[in-house]
Write a protein that binds this ligand. Sequence first.
Ligand SMILES: *Cc1c(COP(=O)(O)O)cnc(C)c1O
Length: 377
Amino acid sequence: MTERIYMSSPDVTAREEEALVAAMRSGWIAPLGPDVDAFERELADRVGVAHGVALSSGTAALHLGLLTLGVKPGDVVVTSTMTFAATTNAIVYTGAEPFFVDADPVTGNMDPELLREALTLLRREGAHVAAIVPVDLLGKAVDYTSILALAEDFGVPVLADAAESLGASHEGRAAGSFGRASAVSFNGNKIMTTSGGGMLLTDDADFAQHVRYLATQARQPVVHYEHIDIGYNYRMSNLLAALGRAQLSRLDEMIARRREMRELYKELFRDVDGVEVFGAEGDENDNVWLTSILVDEQRTGWAPTELAAFLATDDIESRPLWKPMHKQPVFAGYHGVINGASQTLFETGLTLPSGSALTAEHRARVSGRISDFLGGR
Ligand SMILES: *Cc1c(COP(=O)(O)O)cnc(C)c1O
């Protein structure tokens, strides 16, 4: 039996194990504790913002970020259609309506021109647009220069979904530092993990304070637990924060390993007519969380599904790019400015094993199988 090779599995070492055991022995098991405080400070410092609030997931960070912006039922929230469902789910939790914006075909990120169209259309319709939630796709930061300028023109706050982009940057500023606030994720498959967790990052002390309040059941500061708002139980536990601190200390090393995978794929597909590595142009500032290829079937004579099926015979995982939200049955009732770019990415894209835990042996197996596939065509 060969060992299964995953796209992005957790990369943990003795350092994480020691940190977790030390936190447990410290007695700080009951949810919050010194590792949560230190993790918030260390991650906020790394990203270059004033405040971090450690939460149970990236989805929780998006949800509380939206609530703290005042998003409420009847509002519209403009977001990327090319994303994982968590972004849209968080919008729907608030009772607001998501409005989708299609992708730049080169980066897959929200197309600023289509965002302008969307905001103009919604203004004409008299909709109350409460927030814009752009998504840094697969570790490439959005064109924040254009998006933040538009948001400012239309007077709409930005909550950035930086769940996939920790460690990336745009024009010298770290992903996670743009807009009123950002959400990052430490889910098991992300660039760094706490097995499950997330953080809300912001420069605004009141914003962070309100997120902290909502995340701890919205208790008023009196001994008898007075409540005037609906609260949530969304804080990160101290044990997981200890794991997160160890992962953060290895973030650059893990990004470097993912970049080696990216370079391996660039090399493998360099001379293959009809295949390009998605987003490879100008990827120096990306965290290269996942590497995908785009396949032009007319030129290659094979479809991405054929390569996926071939890799699966050797237990190597691969997957299409995110199926756009406007094509998801659950979100079918919502509108957007759609030009088909995200659908094309979905149809032509294939994401390949990209994780930093991949060993030399795994890498050799993946590249060997891809070479076999290409050689047989
Ligand atoms: C992973 C992810 C999330 C959700 O993060 P969780 O920590 O899994 O809740 C949100 N948005 C995007 C774009 C993601 O990739």
